[in-house]
Ligand binder design. Structure first.
Ligand SMILES: Nc1ncnc2c1ncn2[C@@H]1O[C@H](COP(=O)(O)OP(=O)(O)O)[C@@H](O)[C@H]1O
Ligand SMILES: [Mg+2]
Length: 247
């Protein structure tokens, strides 16, 4: 039996109220996260799953779990981990970043995780009821409200521009700015999904290769090639403009 199947066998259903992912995802159960009770699967992308959890102090957190099995080889998985390691101390230096509060890695079970602040609930903000919880992101705002008021767009755009300036000042670039990665905590828009953050020198190394095309590191065996996702980060205006024209 491979390590992944063994890991699945070792997972135990969480106690109490637990809302699993919808059928079809390959992760029915969350891995065990030290000192946290996993309450609910919130969402997932190509490489990770996000869970709502409660720590031993009773505070709600969001935990992103990144599985080795989602990657073709160790290299992109380790690069994802390195991105988290680079960003973790920086995350708490600006209110426009999603705080990373704890990072853990379990090589025998093939995953690493990081604990974040939980996004506001779409209805009740930081008053979180795990049964009904739905995180408030810029994407959820578009879906719920369509076109956002100009003042709201301006506030979000200015806040993000400031966050990005701060990130770049630390020699880091984000590379996946999109509405679902802009997450509200106490109504402040925060940049999330820092697994995609890389040092700007690493990114620059791959820009402008011999055929004159932009080639970011992930195209050399990582996320971009597998998912076909756009590799050049859009300028902040690209986030602002759907906010103002959607619906
Ligand atoms: N800190 C957080 N608090 C609450 N929900 C979150 C948090 N981070 C991510 N999420 C939710 O988890 C979903 C999945 O996140 P992710 O795996 O990064 O994929 P994507 O960003 O492509 O949606 C997000 O769309 C968002 O709704
Ligand atoms: Mg994300």
């Amino acid at each position: 039996m491979g390590w992944r199947a063994e890991a699945k066998n070792r997972m135990q259903p969480p106690q109490g109220n637990y809302t699993p992912p919808p059928a079809g995802r390959d992760t029915a159960l969350p891995p065990e996260i030290p000192h946290h009770e996993t309450l609910k699967w919130i969402g997932g992308g190509s490489y990770g799953e996000v869970w709502l959890a409660r720590n031993i102090m009773g505070v709600h957190r969001a935990i992103k779990v990144i599985s080795r099995s989602r990657f073709e080889s160790d290299k992109p998985y380790d690069r994802e981990f390195a991105g988290v390691r680079n960003f973790e101390p920086v995350s708490r230096t600006h209110e426009g970043f999603m705080d990373i509060l704890q990072v853990g890695r379990n090589d025998s079970e093939g995953f690493f995780f990081y604990v974040m602040e939980a996004a506001d609930d779409q209805v009740s903000g930081q008053v979180i009821d795990s049964e009904t919880y739905k995180p408030k992101t810029l994407m959820s705002e578009f879906k719920a409200n369509g076109r956002l008021p100009f003042q709201t767009c301006l506030r979000i755009a200015l806040s993000l521009a400031d966050s990005l300036q701060h990130l770049h000042g630390h020699g880091l670039v984000h590379r996946d700015i999109k509405p679902s990665n802009i997450i509200f905590v106490n109504d402040i828009p925060k940049l999330a999904d820092i697994g995609l953050v890389t040092s700007s020198t690493d990114a620059a190394t791959f820009i402008g290769n011999s055929v004159g095309k932009i080639r970011m590191p992930r195209q050399a065996g990582g996320r971009a090639r597998r998912t076909g996702r756009r590799t050049r980060p859009p300028p902040p205006g690209r986030i602002r403009s759907p906010a103002g024209s959607h619906g």
